[in-house]
Ligand binder design. Sequence first.
Ligand SMILES: Cc1cc2nc3c(=O)[nH]c(=O)nc-3n(C[C@H](O)[C@H](O)[C@H](O)COP(=O)(O)OP(=O)(O)OC[C@H]3O[C@@H](n4cnc5c(N)ncnc54)[C@H](O)[C@@H]3O)c2cc1C
Length: 369
Amino acid sequence: MAKQQQVVIVGGGVIGLLTAYNLASEGQTVTLLERGGLGQEASWAGGGIVSPLYPWRYSQAVTALAHWSQDFYPQLAQRLFAATGVDPEVHTTGLYWLDLDDEAQALAWAVREVRPLSKVDVSAAHDAVPVLGGGYSQAIYMANVANIRNPRLVKSLKAALLALPNVTIREQCDVSGFVLGGGRVVGVNTATGHVLGDHVVLAAGAWSGQLLGTLGLGLPVEPVKGQMILYKCASDFLSSMVLAKGRYAIPRRDGHILIGSTLEHEGFDKTPTDTALESLKASAQELIPALADAEVVGHWAGLRPGSPEGIPFIGEVPGFRGLWLNCGHYRNGLVLAPASCQLFTDLLLARAPIIDPVPYAPAGRLNAG
Ligand SMILES: Cc1cc2nc3c(=O)[nH]c(=O)nc-3n(C[C@H](O)[C@H](O)[C@H](O)COP(=O)(O)OP(=O)(O)OC[C@H]3O[C@@H](n4cnc5c(N)ncnc54)[C@H](O)[C@@H]3O)c2cc1C
């Protein structure tokens, strides 16, 4: 067991929660501070596809985290389910991409990365997914892609943390800045006073740049709004995830179907709009015409923590000993969470890291504020 240290984590999304869970499981004393309720922001709002939408369009840095996480998710979900009785529902459905314009790159990537992605006849896609709309001429399929029911994942993580004696959770606790002392970061400021620790971890999603700005550092993490809609169908209505023209349908085990998503640069505004509702409904009906007869039972927006090339920041901040980042996961925070939080834990505890940490290091990637 590693030496016991006090770790203060800012932000209770999937990244902060899983970082807390890993560190607490390693015997560290963890205080998790969340401005609102745990897991109510992007980590609740996301779709939960356990893959980047177009994995071949990302750098090796994102691919390495994604692959580690994809392999690890089933055991993480099982462990959380066993510990809490809340099932995060890893649902392995496979994913069809229709009418891609970079299909050749996708297939070449799959060979290189040894992934079970292959070209299929459109008629085979229709046989497998009878509700799929017409008019498509090309399809590729990756068999082992899952989705995770992210609202359940965060609920399960919260329950697991509440059961650990070495974890303190403070919700409705807004962190406004950092406490410096002895040439390092020794805590954070909140409305009710300082919270001190040996290490402070910034896992505040889309808001991470604002907080790091209080130290005069420019962290290129920007909010990118995404809206989704939800339908409720029979549990066997849609057997696979399907994706065309940037829009996708995700079936949950109980027949809920999520349709996403928009990409909007509207600052920190996350109001759902009628324009997006109509556009998402149109995409839903093009992908799956039978949804024209179904009712939209949910519509929401969340803020992704956008970062250059979607490569997260994982590691200690140069010049500010004791201050660590685990943020900037952009469109892939749910898929990347297990690997990001394991890598983070390895670095904080000075252990051999699961993967090469260099691409994610904050050093050289922050601007003067
Ligand atoms: C529409 C949509 C679809 C998506 N689909 C997918 C997908 O299919 N697959 C996938 O992998 N990813 C997906 N994502 C991305 C994924 O949701 C995010 O990358 C991930 O949730 C980021 O997690 P996080 O913990 O960094 O941020 P968040 O979940 O936003 O958590 C950050 C937390 O920090 C708290 N906080 C902020 N500032 C402070 C402060 N000053 N003091 C205290 N607390 C603070 C916030 O209240 C928040 O709870 C999607 C996102 C959206 C919006």
